[in-house]
Design a protein around this ligand. Structure first.
Ligand code: UT7
Length: 318
């Protein structure tokens, strides 16, 4: 027993920030961001927390799936930009929805949605649950260094969610972790202990070695997708859509070229939302679903990659 997707949802905060808006206070421009990253605009929270946005995406997924909030047995959430280490984002979403079910977070940065799906599959396999809410939600704006133009222009805020019920539509997944903080690092504030040695603290923002991340990302998408298809006796022709983590349009274009898979097979919306980390795949799924582009039985590949370094790909039947 695994699961099937009953409903999808998303939420982005109302404030839209264009590349021209960023160039008002940062040494950047629309042409550079469009050409190097593929983002035209993103949404930024002015007062909503990651949990607030996650709860709104969850309600939208529940409504889409025709599922009452009280039916949920477990909330699984991910965020690298929640307001507190504890309570977790999932606990705060549970509180906002007025529920009393089990709730827990998983930290796998931009790959987290795939790790959440695999964890959900484990709960279904144990027969412990009938319905699970899975949420990726990010207020990236609060962990960006607004003086680092190589990083802050890439990201956006938002949340995506799916409601899962028992079924057999989650087919397989691959995961790869190469731990270390030399390429991507989002450190916590160092703390006030009078006993600590001082001097080496990194600012508590997202740090990224752009080109190393880029190479890692392209390699990971290609390797993970090929491995997953091969071990399930499938080819890219069998796949209706590849719904990748939206990190950079050029990463997706390079992967498409290396894999010799047409660009139209990759769903892309980074131009409108930027990189929303763990929220990017469920937001993309919700857009595809609500646009009526997914048919029952369609096979979807969901490749993800990011901090950890971690990468993953899931194979899902719609
Ligand atoms: O979610 C997973 C995590 N993140 C990613 O997947 C991101 C992966 N990496 C990337 O997307 C790209 O490496 C970046 C978009 C971050 C950077 O693009 P790049 O083509 O690797 O540029 P670069 O860092 O090599 O910089 C090229 C030039 C530099 O100027 P000089 O030294 O050639 O004069 C930068 O200072 O572009 C400059 N630059 C900018 N110029 C205008 C860097 N950021 C900006 C900017 N606007 N925002």
């Amino acid at each position: 027993m695994s699961f099937r997707v009953l409903g999808t949802g998303m939420y982005v905060p109302p404030r839209v920030v264009t590349n021209d808006d960023l160039s008002q206070f940062l040494d950047t421009n629309d042409a550079w961001i469009t050409q190097r990253v593929g983002v035209k605009e993103r949404h930024f929270s002015t007062n909503e927390t990651a949990a607030d946005m996650g709860a709104k995406a969850a309600l939208s997924a529940l409504e889409n799936g025709g599922v009452a909030a009280e039916e949920i047995d477990l909330i699984l959430a991910a965020s690298v930009s929640g307001e507190s280490i504890s309570p977790s984002v999932s606990c705060m979403v549970q509180h906002l929805l007025g529920l009393s079910c089990m709730a827990m977070d998983i930290n796998a940065a931009c790959s987290a949605f795939d790790f959440l799906l695999e964890t959900a599959a484990g709960f279904f396999a144990r027969g412990k649950v009938k319905k699970i809410l899975v949420i990726g939600t990010e207020r990236m704006s609060r962990i960006l260094d607004w003086e680092d133009r190589g990083t802050c222009v890439i990201f956006g805020d938002g949340a995506g969610a799916v409601v899962l019920g028992t079924g057999e539509n989650y087919i397989d997944a691959v995961f790869d972790v190469k731990g270390g903080n030399d390429v991507i690092d989002i450190p916590q504030p160092v703390g006030m202990s009078p006993f600590y040695e001082r001097g080496q603290e990194k600012k508590p923002f997202a740090h990224m070695a752009g080109q190393e991340t880029f190479k890692f990302a392209v390699t990971a998408i290609c390797k993970d997708c090929k491995e997953l298809l091969q071990r399930n006796g499938l080819t890219f022709d069998d796949i209706a859509y590849i719904v990748p983590h939206q990190a950079n349009k050029r990463i997706i274009d390079f992967a498409s070229m290396k894999l010799k898979v047409p660009q139209e097979k990759f769903y892309v919306n980074i131009d409108r939302y930027g990189n929303t980390s763990s929220a990017s795949i469920p937001i993309a799924l919700d857009e595809l679903n609500r646009a009526g582009k997914l048919k029952r039985g369609d096979l979807l590949l969901l490749p993800a990659f990011g901090g950890g370094l971690a990468s993953a790909a899931c194979l899902l039947r719609w």
